[in-house]
Design a protein around this ligand. Structure first.
Ligand SMILES: Nc1ncnc2c1ncn2[C@@H]1O[C@H](COP(=O)(O)OP(=O)(O)OP(=O)(O)O)[C@@H](O)[C@H]1O
Length: 230
């Protein structure tokens, strides 16, 4: 459902060219939980941003859900992203002066759901991450792990096929990181395909499949998904 063939990404900054991805090849199947590891500057975030249609690529082919996304214009890419992809980030990116309910509401308003449907989705997803009782609280009244749970509820509220996570446990202590990882495992078991960039090799090993990125390439052959083997 996600296939990248020989994807290259060159950043041009004044007279310096940076080859962030070079002939990057990867296939991700529906239902996979893929961890992406690798040294700093190897291209992990660039890969994730291209996968999430936040960034374009310089050459190669990228098929997402059967669509050649290189052929979409800006509007087409935004629509595809809003309908199919949820994001979570290391810094949670919650809006500080909105309570949890209103934070989860943001992408739903953007998508134009009616008030009744928005309420249903907000309550269902805050329930899913174990924070239904804290709806009226502000992000600053929560622990880091709880804030990341709200960010996960917000990402899931639009019911995306893919959840892309860039160092989702990077700001969390070990216990909170384990809790967020367990939640991601539950979400994956319920059918959402997850791609997670992480520096934490222990967490990476808990996902079904791990690849390493080095110098802009997948340096280890993508192992078969354990789900595919089972
Ligand atoms: N907008 C940009 N303009 C110029 N160069 C960039 C840009 N974004 C990334 N790069 C460069 O591309 C390369 C890959 O960066 P990327 O952020 O993808 O690495 P990473 O593996 O995610 O690193 P880290 O683990 O430190 O977050 C680096 O050399 C980086 O400096």
């Amino acid at each position: 459902m996600l296939t990248m063939k020989n994807i290259c990404k060159v950043f041009q900054t004044s007279d310096v060219q940076t080859h962030a991805l070079r002939d990057f090849n990867l296939s991700v199947n529906e239902g996979d939980f893929l961890s992406v590891t690798g040294p700093s500057g190897s291209g992990k975030t660039t890969f994730l941003n291209i996968a999430g249609l936040l960034e374009t690529y310089s050459s190669g082919q990228f098929l997402l859900d059967g669509e050649d996304v290189g052929k979409l214009n800006d509007n087409g890419r935004s629509r595809f992203r809003n309908e199919k992809i949820g994001f979570i980030f290391q810094g949670f990116n919650l809006i500080a002066d909105l309570n949890l309910y209103d934070n989860v509401d943001v992408p739903l308003r953007y998508r134009g759901f009616n008030a009744k449907e928005r309420k249903r989705r907000i309550e269902e997803n805050l329930e899913r991450v174990g924070l239904a009782s804290r709806m009226k609280h502000l992000p600053s009244q929560l622990s880091g792990g709880q804030q990341q749970r709200v960010a996960i509820a917000r990402a899931l509220a639009t019911d995306p096929r893919f959840l892309l996570a860039d160092e989702p446990t990077g700001n969390l202590d070990t216990d909170m990181a384990q809790g967020v990882m367990s939640l991601l495992e539950d979400i994956n078991r319920q059918g959402t395909t997850i791609i997670m960039v992480t520096h934490d090799s222990e967490l990476a090993q808990r996902s079904g499949r791990t690849i390493q990125v080095k110098d802009g390439r997948v340096s280890e052959p993508a192992a078969f998904s354990q789900k595919a083997i089972a």
